[in-house]
Design a protein around this ligand. Structure first.
Ligand SMILES: [Zn+2]
Length: 311
């Protein structure tokens, strides 16, 4: 009897743990034929399974176009199953906006399809994928089970292409990473900006070049979009998240440059007060700490270079 009870409990706990790896995917309609799976504005954790990112899809006459595949194999599989069930159509292609792990580790579930990305994104996944994978296993644990690195298998062709009645334009930018793909749907006016744009969530900078990033934001502002899908945070019908990301990056650049000029050490820079404008922005202090670690050493080294000799 005891043994039977034990087996029963074991079966029950296996069932429970299997059930607990369901991502709470709720498609939000943001424009005709267009849906977003909105992640939380949090850090990676074993609670959220890495669902801290926005993934999207466009339902065209020829099938469904997916933009970003999320943080794990499980995510990609659940995303694809949900899309195919909700739309009754097959996924026909995938775009990956950039090489960060929360955006492409679901690729495994789409490996039979063309997965497009910018060439430098493909190289980034090939170069850093294993390191990202180790990190992700550490951060989100069993959500990552059986996830492996699947690099995008097609180079994205820039410019416009009509797919099943949607005129999509692929645009290459840089600054958040060395290669940031934006997708602009001229048919609906939806701009999928990837991590060039954050909304009420502090920007991450492990591969950032802030000067390039600010230039890219200027270009994005010129596009006649009606709906803006940031990489993280809520979808909007205005350009406010671009303005916020720009203001945050300008502030970050300014404090880092001033600190380097004044010879501050990293801990002192991390203690810089967060301005009132960004107090409500999720993870502002965490990301400031990380950005100092990522970006400050180069600025300090710049400062220590001997002044150029007068000629
Ligand atoms: Zn990113």
């Amino acid at each position: 009897m005891k043994r039977l009870l034990g087996i029963g409990l074991l079966a029950c706990s296996i069932q429970l743990s299997a059930a607990s790896f369901e991502y709470p995917l709720q498609p939000q309609a943001i424009a005709p034929d267009t849906f977003v799976l909105e992640g939380k504005t949090e850090d990676f954790s074993k609670e959220n399974g890495g669902y801290i990112v926005n993934a999207a899809y466009i339902v065209t006459n020829d099938g469904v176009v997916v933009i970003d595949t999320g943080p794990s194999r499980r995510f990609g599989e659940q995303q694809r199953a949900l899309i195919e069930k909700a739309t009754g159509k097959r996924v026909i292609r995938v775009y990956i906006t950039h090489h960060h792990p929360d955006h492409f580790f679901g690729n495994q579930a789409f490996a039979d399809l063309p997965i497009y990305a910018l060439p430098e994104t493909i190289r980034g996944v090939q170069r850093e994928g294993e390191t990202f994978s180790n990190n992700m296993y550490r951060l989100i644990g069993d959500w990552m089970r059986d996830t492996s690195v699947v690099a995008p298998n097609q180079e994205a062709k820039l410019g416009r292409e009509v797919i099943g009645g949607h005129e999509l334009e692929l645009l290459a930018f840089k600054g958040h990473t060395p290669a940031d793909l934006a997708v602009f749907d001229h048919t609906t006016g939806v701009l999928f900006a990837g991590d060039l744009v954050f909304n009420q969530r502090a920007a991450t900078t492990p591969h950032a070049n802030i000067v390039d990033w600010l230039a890219s934001l200027e270009q994005l502002l010129k596009l006649p979009f009606k709906v803006l899908v940031p990489g993280h945070g809520k979808v909007t019908q205005n350009d406010q998240p671009i303005a916020q990301t720009r203001a945050y990056l300008v502030w970050l650049q300014t404090i880092l440059q001033q600190a380097a000029a004044n010879g501050l050490d990293m801990n002192e820079v991390m203690a810089t007060p967060i301005p009132a404008d960004f107090k409500e922005v999720a993870l502002a202090q965490n990301e400031l700490n990380r950005s100092v670690a990522h970006l400050y050493p180069a600025l300090e080294a710049e400062q220590l270079k001997p002044a150029k000799q007068a000629e």
